[in-house]
Ligand binder design. Structure first.
Ligand code: 6R9
Length: 564
């Protein structure tokens, strides 16, 4: 389909940690990326590198975090985070946790959640962060899958842990119990377990599009990736106040909420509680947030809130980043107009352990594109035989192996792991994209979301992006609805912005808007207004597969009703 070329946004003037992308791309090696910093005689410990190192290097008094939840405020220095992590680590050791054990952390977004994760990693065990909104089933499935032996939780979330259904789980520790435990530091104690680069560090469960969640295991070597992407993509400097809005139960909340910013010694904001536009803006103003990392779903909600931001001073913001879903050009233009800064899209996956395709602060942005390959990363757009396609053609988005953050395994499932590497030398993402002559990569869809209507392939993202340019549309999820004549037709599910009411005229106006702005064959033949779009709980991604399931169910019901 025709690609709508958007205006290129030039970088804002500034001193950025990575000024010369082209040169770094030529000279970069993963070995050089961090070697002198973390690796001691071939050994490493991600928790030490992330926090303790700063204390040893004389930055113990620097504020590591500000915590805000409602009216509650707390701040901790790097020394305080280290000492608390040590205390948690001693308690874990006392309860028999050993290197390689899987220890789950089921806590709301609090400093203790971050500290618990670090304490597990410090003693060489593998941390499994669980999202705070998980219910019994999700908690049980994950801990059972990798035979977790210990769980750290609080009194509230602990009610959602069906212990008798998790045979491997020997111990449940509540955070207030840990705080109160009397474990003294003994002289000469070495809490930090120095491990090899391939030793396990983190396990994140990702739902995938079908089947049970996969346990994506990351090794300690991933810290190099976290560190260097934090430096160059997040552009963290010593005086930055950094806020990643995700919970560590999603890989974004652990890698870019905890590890990457702290490896670069940033002061981070940890914000508890639910999403509310005013609260978010107030937090940015109160703490003078300079770098902000969130997701398109949040940006779209802020955008559709209109003038909510006008009452706040958001001028501290110098750098904004987005991940998780395609970033609609409309959202980039909104931030540019309202906040005077660009939103930098980043593409990566739980399995990749860190950024792979990025927009760097010193480089031009092409709205609609996820950016260019991170230094050390080579992108391939492959056909069904694993052959590289020419620039501009849509195919399977793949990455040359290996790189520092790449997952080590899918827990207990070699077949699912091997499926990512079915083309020799490549990691296969499951996304479809094309790359232009300037190396920018344009996301089209997940492999199974691509629409085929009368032989035309239509990526839902472009249609959705055009839809939300219409003043009445807040969010859109576009799918292919089975059709006897065309194979599939484009069907859009939308939510309306405040102040708009559904009517036949409005829907027709929206349809014509897409037809004229994009292409006739891309204009949705059906538009349905919803109160809310179905989304993933952890990361707020629009669940097109649920929209498709809804259509399939309706088709089945109507065929039963008509006897066809
Ligand atoms: C970090 C994270 C990975 C999938 C990925 C893709 C989608 C992520 C995106 C994006 C378009 C971006 N995705 N970033 N799509 N533009 N900038 O999201 O990990 O939850 O494992 O999801 O998310 O489809 O394959 P995860």
């Amino acid at each position: 389909m025709t690609i709508v070329k958007e205006k290129i946004l030039a970088p804002l003037p500034g001193n950025y940690n990575l000024e010369n992308y082209d040169e770094i791309r030529r000279t970069f090696t993963w070995e050089d990326a961090s070697s002198e910093l973390f690796w001691k005689a071939g050994k490493v410990n991600a928790a030490y590198a992330t926090v303790d190192r700063h204390v040893d290097e004389g930055y113990g008094d620097k504020i590591a975090l500000h915590y805000a939840n409602g009216d509650e405020r707390r701040s901790l220095t790097f020394r305080e985070v280290k000492e608390k992590t040590d205390h948690y680590a001693r308690v874990l050791k006392k309860h028999g946790v050993k290197k390689g054990d899987r220890v789950f952390v089921f806590l709301p977004k609090t400093p203790e959640c971050y500290i618990a994760i670090l304490s597990v990693i410090k003693i060489g065990a593998i941390a499994g962060p669980l999202f705070e909104a998980f219910m019994e089933e999700a908690v049980k499935d994950r801990i059972n899958d990798c035979s977790g032996t210990l769980l750290i939780t609080d009194r509230e979330l602990g009610k959602r842990v069906p212990r008798e259904e998790i045979p491997s789980l020997q111990t449940v520790l509540y955070d207030d119990e840990i705080e109160a435990e009397d474990v003294e530091a003994v002289p000469g104690e070495e809490l930090t377990e120095w491990v090899g680069p391939e030793d396990g560090m983190l396990i994140h469960y990702t739902s995938g599009s079908t089947g049970k969640p996969k346990g994506v295991l990351h090794a300690h070597r991933a810290v190099s990736h976290h560190y260097v992407s934090g430096k160059w993509v997040l552009d963290v400097k010593d005086d930055d106040v950094y806020w990643c809005t995700s919970h560590p139960g999603w890989v974004t909340g652990s890698v870019y909420g905890l590890f990457a910013p702290w490896l670069n010694r940033a002061t981070v904001i940890i914000q508890g509680g639910r999403f509310k536009a005013e609260d978010w803006y107030r937090l940015i103003e109160e703490f003078g947030v300079t770098i902000w990392y969130s997701a398109p779903t949040a940006f779209r909600m802020l955008l559709s809130k209109g003038d909510a931001l006008k009452q706040f001073d958001l001028s501290s913001l110098r750098h904004i980043l987005s991940v998780g879903e395609p970033l609609n050009p409309e959202v980039i233009h909104w931030a540019w107009n309202e906040l005077g800064v660009r939103i930098h899209d980043t593409w990566w996956m739980t399995e990749t352990g860190g950024h792979l395709i990025v927009n760097l602060p010193a480089e031009p942005i092409k709205p609609g594109s996820m950016g260019r390959p991170f230094p050390g990363i080579t992108v391939g757009i492959l056909d069904e035989n694993g052959q590289e396609l020419p620039r501009g053609e849509v195919g399977q988005l793949a990455i040359r192996t290996p790189w520092a953050g790449l997952m080590k395994e899918i827990w207990g499932n070699k077949d699912r792991f091997d499926a990512y590497f079915k083309y020799e030398g490549w990691y296969l993402s499951g996304d479809l994209a094309y790359q232009d002559e300037d190396d920018y990569v344009f996301f089209q869809s997940r492999d199974d979301d691509m629409i085929n209507s009368s032989g035309e392939r239509i990526g839902p993202f472009e249609v959705e992006s055009k839809l939300i340019e219409h003043p009445a549309v807040a969010e859109a999820g576009v799918i292919g609805k089975p059709d006897p004549v065309r194979g599939e037709i484009v069907k859009a599910f939308i939510t309306l912005r405040p102040g708009f009411r559904e009517s036949a005229e409005l829907l027709e106006d929206i349809r014509v808007f897409v037809k004229q702005g994009l292409a006739a064959h891309a204009a949705p033949r059906e538009i349905e207004v919803m109160e809310e779009l179905p989304k993933t709980v952890i990361s707020g991604k629009i669940l097109r597969r649920e929209l498709k399931a809804l259509e399939a169910k309706r088709a089945e019901e109507s065929s039963v009703a008509t006897g066809n």
